[in-house]
Design a protein around this ligand. Structure first.
Ligand code: ADP
Ligand code: MG
Length: 462
C-alpha cells in the first residue's frame, strides 16, 4: 500500500531553534552536550535520530518532549491538533516500567487516568489499543506473565492510548531480540502508514541504521562534542522497503560513513595542557583482533555486512572502527572500511614491532597520553595516583566518563609499554624507570591520596 508522501501541508509539529544544552558537572564546571540544534518535525513525518551513545540523543528527545528546558534557544510547539489526536507527547523507552501489581489493561489505562478521562471511556480506549497493538487476550495478564516483547507492546499501548500528537521513541526496540524487534517495528509502521493512529509525527531515537532507513522519512545524525546535527538525510524510498534493495543499502552505507567519519576536533588539543580525551572505549586487545580480522579479508569490507557477520550492533562496532581510524590503522570511505599501510604493517608485525607501531600511533593521536607521561617524568619517583588525573578529567567530563577515559588511556598506554598501572594502590607509573626504584619506595598506606615525593628536598628526613 505504498502511499506516496505528497506535499501534504508541511505544518510543523515541533521546532527547536538554536537549542543548546549544558549540564553542570559535580565539580561545578559546565559541560555542553548539545550545541546549536535547528530541528523541525513536520506533520506526517517519521523522523529518525542516529548518533553514538552519549551524544545527547535522549537529552534532545527530552527537550523535544518539553521535559527538559534547553540552556539556550527555544522549543516551538504548534498545539492546534489538525487530526483527531488528543494532543500532547508520549514517550516509549527501551524498557518500560510497568506496574507489576496492575494487569495489562490497568497499566494501559493509567495514562488516561492521569488525564482525567472517565472510567468507561478509559476502558473502552484501552481495550481498543490493546487489540490494535496485538495484545488481544492478555488484558488481565500481569507483566510477569509476559515475554519481553509483549511487555514492550504494553509500553507502546500505554503511549498510544493517549493519542499523542507526537510519539517519541527512545531506543524502544533495542532491548528486544532481533525477531521480536522486527515484528514490533513492522506493526508500528503499519499503524502509522495506514493512519490507524491519529499521531501527527514520530521521532525515533535509535542506534540501528537499518531501523532508521527501514522506517523513517528522514534521518538526522547527531555527532561531536558538543553534539550537533551533522547530517539530514531524506529517505525517499516507498514503503514497504526491501532491505536487500541496492537503494536501501546505499542509504545504509552512506549513514555508516557519516557516523564513522573522523571528527576534526578529536585531533591534537593545545600542547602543554592536559585535556581530557573522548576516546572510544576499546581495549587495545579488541582493536588488535579487529585489525587482524580486516587483514584476513582482501580489500575493503562493507561495515554493514561486517557488523552482521560478526553479529555486532552498531553500538559495539562503531567504537572499534573509531579507534582504528583514530590511530590511523584503518579508514572508512562511504561505509567501507580498509586498513591503511600502517594498519597492514601492524597486522603483519610481530608483537614487539606491533607495540612500537602502536606507541607511535598513540603518541601522534592521543595528546593526553603524552601529557600524562610528561607529568610522570617530572615526578622523581615517576608515579602518580590515578586520582590526580581522575580529578582533572572529572572537571571536564564528569566522574563516570572521566573514569572510563582513564581506563582506556591506561589500557592503551600499557599495551604501548609507555606506562604501567598498579590497580591495587591505584598508581600510574612510567614503565621502565619505576621497577628499579620500587625497593627504595616507602610503603604506601592505602587511601593515601597524595603521597609526598620522598626526595622533594624536605629537610626532616632522618
Ligand atoms: P545518548 O542518549 O545519546 O546516549 P544522553 O542524552 O543520555 O546521550 O547523554 C548525553 C551526555 O549528557 C552524557 O555524557 C551524559 O552523561 C550527560 N547527561 C545526560 N543527562 C545528564 C544530567 N541530568 N546531568 C548531567 N549530565 C547529563
Ligand atoms: Mg539515550
Amino acid at each position: 500500500m505504498a502511499q506516496v508522501e505528497t506535499t501534504r501541508t508541511r505544518a510543523t509539529v515541533v521546532a527547536l531553534r538554536g537549542v543548546s544544552k549544558s549540564y553542570r558537572m559535580p565539580g561545578g564546571a559546565e559541560r555542553t552536550v548539545l550545541s546549536d540544534i535547528e530541528l523541525e518535525v513536520h506533520e506526517g513525518e517519521f523522523l529518525a535520530l542516529l548518533g553514538p551513545s552519549g551524544s545527547g540523543k535522549s537529552t534532545l528527545l527530552r527537550i523535544i518532549a518539553g521535559l527538559v528546558p534547553p540552556s539556550e534557544g527555544r522549543v516551538e510547539t504548534r498545539s492546534v491538533p489538525a487530526t483527531a489526536s488528543q494532543g500532547g507527547v508520549a514517550m516509549v523507552f527501551q524498557s518500560f516500567a510497568l506496574f507489576p501489581w496492575l494487569t495489562v489493561l490497568e497499566n494501559v489505562e493509567l495514562g488516561l487516568r492521569a488525564r482525567g478521562v472517565p472510567a468507561a471511556e478509559r476502558r473502552e480506549r484501552a481495550v481498543r489499543v490493546i487489540d490494535m497493538i496485538g495484545l488481544d487476550g492478555f488484558e488481565s495478564a500481569y507483566p510477569k506473565e509476559l515475554s519481553g516483547g509483549m511487555r514492550q507492546r504494553v509500553g507502546f499501548a500505554r503511549a498510544l492510548v493517549v493519542e499523542p500528537d507526537l510519539l517519541l521513541l527512545d531506543e524502544a526496540f533495542s532491548a528486544l531480540d532481533v525477531l521480536t524487534a522486527e515484528n514490533l517495528r513492522r506493526d508500528l509502521l503499519e499503524l502509522w502508514l495506514e493512519r490507524k493512529i491519529p499521531t501527527r509525527a514520530i521521532v525515533d531515537v535509535t542506534h540501528s541504521i537499518e531501523e532508521a532507513v527501514y522506517m523513517a522519512d528522514r534521518v538526522l545524525v547527531l555527532r561531536g562534542d558538543p553534539a550537533r546535527i551533522v547530517a539530514d538525510v531524506p529517505i525517499d524510498l516507498p514503503h514497504w522497503r526491501d532491505k536487500q534493495d541496492p537503494a536501501f543499502l546505499r542509504h545504509v552505507d552512506g549513514l555508516y560513513g557519516v557516523l564513522t567519519r573522523r571528527r576534526p576536533e578529536a585531533t591534537a588539543g593545545p600542547l602543554g595542557r592536559l585535556r581530557a580525551e573522548r576516546l572510544p572505549q576499546v581495549p587495545a586487545g579488541a582493536l588488535t583482533g579487529f585489525i587482524e580480522l580486516l587483514d584476513d579479508r582482501d580489500g575493503p569490507a562493507d561495515l554493514y555486512r561486517l557488523g552482521e557477520e560478526l553479529s555486532l550492533d552498531l553500538e559495539d562496532l562503531l567504537p572499534i572502527v573509531e579507534a582504528a581510524e583514530l590511530l590511523g590503522f584503518a579508514r572508512v570511505v562511504e561505509g567501507d572500511i580498509a586498513l591503511t599501510d600502517v594498519g597492514r604493517r601492524f597486522a603483519e608485525a610481530n608483537l614487539l614491532d606491533r607495540k612500537e607501531l602502536f606507541r607511535e600511533a598513540v603518541e601522534e593521536a592521543v595528546p593526553a597520553l603524552g601529557r600524562i607521561l610528561a607529568v610522570l617524568r617530572q615526578k622523581s619517583n615517576h608515579k602518580m595516583p590515578r586520582e590526580f588525573f581522575q580529578d582533572i578529567f572529572e572537571r571536564q567530563l564528569g566522574a563516570a566518563q572521566a573514569s572510563r577515559q582513564l581506563d582506556v588511556l591506561i589500557d592503551w598506554g600499557r599495551y604501548a609499554e609507555l606506562l604501567a598501572y598498579d590497580d591495587e594502590v591505584r598508581q600510574i607509573y612510567l614503565e621502565e624507570e619505576a621497577t628499579e626504584e620500587q625497593e627504595g619506595e616507602a610503603p604506601r598506606e592505602e587511601g593515601g591520596t597524595a603521597p609526598a615525593p620522598p626526595d622533594a628536598g624536605g629537610g626532616d628526613a632522618p
